[in-house]
Structures are given as C-alpha cells and as structure tokens.
Design a binder for this molecule. Structure first.
Ligand code: DGY
Length: 324
C-alpha cells in the first residue's frame, strides 16, 4: 500500500515562498524552523524528518544530523546553499527549480544591461526630481548597447536565453563555460580572461560555489578594459567586490549592473557610492508568475519523491540517487 504523504515529515528551514508553505501543509506533516539549525528541533522531529524544503544553509553537518533524510528540495535554480555533493555521497536526493525561471531571469538580464548602459533609473529620477523642467534634458549617456561585443559567462539554460535575446539586438556573442556547450555555435573561450580580452561587455550567469569564488577579479576587469561593462545575474560570490568597486572608481571599466551580491542583503558601501553601478536587490526571477512556478516545482519534487519515488529535477550531483 502506498504510504500516506500526511505521515511524511517535511522540515522547512527559514523564510520561503508562501505557496510552498501552503502546499506542503496540505500534503505533508510540516515542521518549520527559522533557520537551518538543528538545535531548533527536538530529537523526535530530528529523527522523523524525511524531506527538507529550503532556500539555502543546508550544510554537510545539517544533513548528517537528520538520520532519515531522503531529499532536499531547493527553492531556486542555484543550489550553492546546499551541500549537494555531500548529499549525493549519502544517497540523499537534492532538487532545484530549473527551466521555469529561465526566460524571466534572461528578461531581467537584458533590462539590467540596458539600464546600466542607458541609465534609465537615473533618468527617471531626473524627471521625478523636477530637473527636466528646471535644468532641461537628461544628459546624453556615455554608454550605449550599439556596437558592443557580448561575452556570456555560463552558457547553460539562462545563458542561452540571454544570448538568443541579444542576437535579436544584432550583437556578436562569445562565451566561456567549463566546457563547450553542445548546441550553440558562438565562439568559445576556455578561459574567462581570454573572453574578457575579446569582448567589452561581460554578462555572468555563473553559479556560486568554491570553483567560481571571486573568479571575476582585478585581472578579468582590466582585460575587459575602459569601455567595459560587467553585468552579474548569477551569484555575488563569483565576484571580488572590492576589486570591482576599485575598477569602477578608477575607470578600469566603464560601468556595472549587479542583481546579486556576495553577502545579501548587504551591499558594500563602496558599490553603493558609485554612480556607474546599477544595483538591484536580487530580483532576477522575482515576479509573482515565476515565483509561483518555482514554488510548485519545489513542492512537486517532494510529492513525486514520496509518491512515485522519483525526483522531477535532480541536480547533477545527486542524479544517481535512488529511493531506498
Ligand atoms: C535562483 O533561482 O537561483 C535565483 O537566484 C533566485 O532568484
């Protein structure tokens, strides 16, 4: 007889989308704690948790502290906040929310790129502050998208969606990735520095984690050059923010557009002080439509795991994991 989902305990760690909570409460036995900290649950709960629903903070020791854990369903495509390699080594499944946010994040990347180049936020403030009436038109922007050469860092689903859009803008595209992508014909660079030398506009969709930590640093920014524009829609941890602020301040590059930061929600004062940095509060996928779809996929993974014993969107590190 298939087991009742209402007998399965799912632990939610920290703040998560309301729809995730509502659906989990309907289907499962739901336990909530304010952060991924095992001192917040008693032994009875600890020994009964079979699934975790989270945004981040799922470390190896947290996983080790839950003896019955079978699956961690991450809300978000980026899962650098979950130790997936450790989970995979213990036959514990990790899922994320790919595809459903691809087009939204790509749209945001284009908006951020255009805003960074053409200063729309600042131009709107000029209007709202009455300066159009008092002082005349907003100054011509120093930067333009026209004539730019685009380099995309991370040619996965979102990188490809951004590239498709930029093809429509008539711009040449090249990319850097761990390995060449199978289904694109854009020029490939096997180093980030090589790509930065060849283009003037770098758009990063790179995932977080040890392998990409601070990979965009002084050398890459200097290779991008004085007309250079850097846009980050991936993870803040991939950038040396001190080096970026210095490069923007001294003209090593022209401008940056950032949706992600190393220590969110904290943004370094050095970046806040720069007029040539366009800063967004991690809104890449943040529409009602797309966050609902992400919430559904996160919960559907748990439902599928405990009813059909398969995950819908396993991450590569746990693709081999099977239900016991
Ligand atoms: C993700 O899904 O990883 C995004 O960063 C959330 O907006």
């Amino acid at each position: 007889m298939p087991e009742q989902l209402s007998d399965v305990t799912i632990l939610v760690t920290g703040a998560i989308h309301e729809r995730v909570l509502a659906r989990l409460a309907k289907e499962f036995r739901l336990v909530r704690i304010e952060r991924a900290d095992l001192s917040l649950v008693d032994d009875a709960v600890r020994n009964s948790v079979r699934g975790v629903s989270a945004v981040s903070g799922i470390t190896a020791s947290f996983i080790d502290g839950l003896p019955k854990l079978e699956i961690v369903a991450n809300f978000g495509v980026g899962y650098d906040g979950v130790d997936a390699r450790h989970a995979g080594g213990k036959n514990i499944m990790v899922t994320n929310t790919p595809d459903v946010l691809t087009e939204e994040v790509a749209d945001t990347a284009i908006g951020l790129l255009l805003n960074t180049l053409r200063e729309f936020s600042r131009a709107e403030n000029w209007l709202r502050d009455g300066r159009w009436v008092k002082e005349g038109p907003y100054p011509l922007t120093r930067a333009t998208l026209r004539g730019r050469k685009i380099g995309i860092v991370g040619m996965g689903r979102i990188g490809k969606a951004i590239a498709r859009r930029l093809e429509g803008f008539g711009l040449p595209i090249a990319y850097h990735n761990r390995r060449p992508a199978q289904d694109v014909s854009y020029p490939y660079f096997d180093t980030l520095g090589g790509l930065a030398h060849a283009v003037d506009t770098l758009i990063s969709v790179a995932p977080g984690g040890a392998a990409t930590e601070k990979m965009v640093g002084a050398a890459v920014l200097s290779a991008l050059g004085p007309e250079g524009v850097f846009v980050n829609i991936g993870r803040g941890s991939t950038v040396d923010e001190e080096a970026l602020a210095a490069a923007l301040a001294d003209g090593t590059i022209l401008a940056a557009g950032l949706d992600v930061f190393a220590r969110e929600p904290h943004v370094p004062q050095a970046l806040l002080d720069l007029p040539n940095a366009t800063l967004l509060p991690h809104v890449g996928s943040a529409s009602v439509h797309t966050r609902n779809a992400m919430a559904d996929l996160a919960v559907d993974n748990l439902v599928s795991w405990f009813s059909k014993r398969v995950a819908i969107t396993p991450v590569p590190e746990t693709a081999h994991v099977t239900a016991g």
